[in-house]
Design a protein around this ligand. Sequence first.
Ligand code: ZN
Length: 208
Amino acid sequence: MEDIRNIYCVGRNYRLHAAELGNEVPKSPFLFSKPTHAQVAADGGEIVLPAGQGEIHHELELVVQVSRPFEPGMKVDDAVGSFALGLDLTLRDVQSELKQKGHPWLRAKGFKNSAVLTASRPFPGVEAALQTEFYMLKNGVEVQRGNIGDMVFDLQALFDFTAEHFGLSTGDILFTGTPAGVGPLADGDLLELFWGGERLGSCAIRLR
Ligand code: ZN
């Protein structure tokens, strides 16, 4: 994805994921953001992540990029130019600590290389995306699989909400939430991200 501006992320947007972490399903979209310095490409190389701060969880998500100024009520299909798969990497133990203190999640969600992005493709439209499953292999074993039909808030609701409260325009990207199956990464893990039958990206994890 090119010329990324704001990086928005949606929390707890799949029921089974909310349940696996013991969280309630929110009644309205629940958003946070990451600094642009968080972005890194899953282009087959190594991705260095911080060691010694507890578990780092993978959250596999559909990521869409906005290609024109969006106002609430516009159609998502008219505003999304491209999509990719992403990993909303999370320092889970740090996040738990921050939650307890009532502090913002930035340290847990916004660290360098915490927004992993595969190669992008032209967005095929919501209907086509509903027909496609995305999944991730960790060391050759499937760990997460999702379909946007399982979202609590669909793309239209997420776009309307984001545009109304924060603004949404050209270059902004949205991580749309993770399905169940999140889990910790270890040094040397090989991750491969698939959209339908196509492998959009891969990376090797290096904890340092
Ligand atoms: Zn996430």
